[in-house]
Design a protein around this ligand. Structure first.
Ligand SMILES: Cc1cc2nc3c(=O)[nH]c(=O)nc-3n(C[C@H](O)[C@H](O)[C@H](O)COP(=O)(O)OP(=O)(O)OC[C@H]3O[C@@H](n4cnc5c(N)ncnc54)[C@H](O)[C@@H]3O)c2cc1C
Ligand SMILES: NC(=O)c1ccc[n+]([C@@H]2O[C@H](COP(=O)([O-])OP(=O)(O)OC[C@H]3O[C@@H](n4cnc5c(N)ncnc54)[C@H](O)[C@@H]3O)[C@@H](O)[C@H]2O)c1
Length: 478
């Protein structure tokens, strides 16, 4: 039986970026909140994903930028990254895998941290196996929010179990640079980690099952990234599948490929997608399938659970597997939970205060490869599949003065997808060096549904890469 202090308005399971934000907003809305965390407060993002991966990539980007311009190119010459220094800086950005800072923040925000593995235990109850071997049962007066995120999904391949392969966790936390690294997958993790470890000195082979990289982005973006990886010395193999693997007694990994060849490597990263962390979460006690994604409505309520007390936010609901979208959901759902508990009215109209509309129409993402890919909203194909009457407007980024100044021989491309019926943008993609910081302008245009006629009055500063906005509008008007 739970004691009085084990009764809260809201119990949040999972203290990643999503759970932290949801707990904070619900608490700010007047609720008492317990947050259950089984590993480190801060979640995958802080320790084995966004932060360490970007810390590995940033020095490579800085060096590449210096090499793009005559003058600084000569200054850095053929110098390589200092791998030890990069890994040390990475360690600092991962807070040396300690969560004291984030736990302190929770305490200062008035949220009770309960360490341990949480499981749903029927309606509005969460049973926690605590690190001391004990068990606490938390009851929630209003809601339970599942924010447990994802784990790496590995394929069912002969020999994989005993081969000690890397997942995203090892790829972001490794303490030494492998001589030969095989990377399996063609998504964001594969591309970013191939970029980082190649820059740190590994011989990298990228094994992509399909015919292109980054298949959820515009095709030209995947092509430019593929060209960039090849130029950096990565062996990019499209249409390449691993059929079996094994680790030899001397430590060498042998990967058998579908074309009958065998690839030796020191490590192999499987960047083959994610699965929800719901297998051991007591989902069966509330009528849900263990191991599945938890579908929600736009206020975060699990659609398959009656009475509306169960919420799911972040990666685990499969709406958009990105930290910033998880945090956005955390802010919106946490406020909605508090509003419902207090009997305050919700604002459920599209783009209203209580609904995560941007998940459907304006999700931004940056792929920190070389070149960078920055995209928001729909690709041309997605817009067409959604039944919109659209036109793609493309522009060669290298023809923009700011881009030519940024890099000698700048290569890049931009695409705006225009909804012809409303004359607003429904998607924008930039691919090229230094475009990451351009993305928010596009996100504002797409989420704000800014009419193209008004965008003409948003004058980009000369000579920045942002002048591509003007060029896109000119290309649209003809
Ligand atoms: C290599 C890599 C790089 C990435 N880079 C980026 C990036 O640059 N930008 C970006 O936006 N996204 C990036 N992502 C995606 C990003 O990491 C996720 O979208 C984000 O971490 C999701 O946050 P979350 O809070 O939903 O889940 P998580 O961060 O996974 O947090 C879930 C938390 O729940 C805890 N938990 C799980 N089950 C239980 C349980 N039963 N009881 C108690 N606690 C539990 C876990 O320990 C964890 O702390 C990257 C992902 C990877 C793999
Ligand atoms: N910069 C960022 O924003 C960033 C960085 C990293 C990850 N993320 C997010 O994390 C999530 C996970 O990324 P990810 O790259 O692991 O997943 P993903 O789903 O983006 O890509 C998985 C890749 O693995 C391939 N694949 C799947 N099963 C396979 C198999 N059995 N054999 C060979 N290939 C297989 C797929 O075809 C795909 O190319 C993504 O949703 C991504 O948006 C974001």
């Amino acid at each position: 039986m739970g004691t009085e202090r084990d009764s809260y308005d809201l119990v949040v399971i999972g203290g990643g970026p999503t759970g932290e934000n949801l707990a904070d907003r619900a608490h700010a809305g007047g609720l008492s909140v317990a947050l259950v965390e089984s590993e480190l407060v801060g979640g995958e993002c802080s320790y084995w994903a966004c932060m360490p991966s970007k810390a590995l990539l940033r020095p490579a980007a800085a060096l590449a930028d210096a090499r793009r311009v005559a003058g600084s190119r000569e200054a850095v010459g053929g110098g390589r990254l200092d791998a030890a220094a990069v890994l040390e800086r990475r360690d600092a950005f991962a807070s040396h895998w300690h969560d004291d800072g984030q736990a302190q923040w929770l305490a200062s925000a008035g949220i009770d941290l309960v360490r341990g593995h949480g499981r749903l235990d029927g309606e509005r109850r969460v049973a926690v196996d605590t690190p001391d071997g004990g068990r606490r049962v938390l009851t929630a007066r209003h809601a339970v929010a599942v924010c447990t995120g994802t784990r790496a999904a590995l394929p069912d391949l002969p020999g994989l179990a005993g081969a000690r392969v890397w997942t995203s966790r090892e790829a972001t936390s490794a303490r030494a640079v492998p001589g030969r690294l095989a990377v399996v997958g063609g998504g964001v993790v594969a591309v970013e980690m191939a970029t980082a470890w190649r820059a740190l000195g590994s011989e990298v082979t990228l094994l992509v099952r399909g015919g292109r990289l980054l298949d959820r982005t515009e095709e030209f973006a995947g092509q430019l990234v593929s060209d960039g990886l090849r130029a950096a010395g990565v062996d990019v193999r499209l249409g390449a599948s691993v059929t079996a693997l094994r680790r030899e007694p001397d430590g060498t990994l042998l990967l058998d490929l579908a074309d009958g060849t065998r690839l030796p490597a020191d490590e192999a990263l499987f960047a083959t997608g994610r699965r929800p962390a719901t297998a051991d979460l007591g989902l069966d006690t509330v009528g849900l399938e263990p191991g599945g994604w938890i579908d929600t409505d736009d206020t975060g309520r699990a659609t398959a659970v009656p009475a509306g007390w169960l919420y799911a936010a972040g990666d685990v609901n499969h709406r958009a597997l990105l930290t910033h979208q998880g945090k956005y959901q955390g802010r919106i759902f946490g406020t909605a939970i508090a509003d419902r508990a207090a009997g305050r009215p919700l604002d459920l109209a599209p783009w209203g205060r209580s609904v995560a509309t941007a998940d459907h129409a304006a999700v931004p993402q940056v792929v920190f490869a070389d070149p960078e890919v920055a995209a928001v909203g729909r690709t041309l194909r997605e817009a067409r599949d959604a039944g919109l009457r659209v036109r793609a407007v493309d522009y060669d980024l290298g023809a923009v003065s700011g881009a030519a100044l940024y890099a000698d021989g700048y290569r890049g491309r931009a695409r705006a997808v225009v909804d012809l019926d409303r004359e607003v943008l429904v998607g924008v993609t930039f691919a090229g060096p230094g475009v990451a910081e351009l993305l928010h302008s596009a996100t504002v245009a797409v989420a704000g549904e800014v009419p193209l006629a008004r965008l003409w009055h948003a004058v980009p500063a000369y000579p920045t890469i942002s002048e591509v906005w003007l060029r896109l509008l000119e290309a649209y008007r003809g």
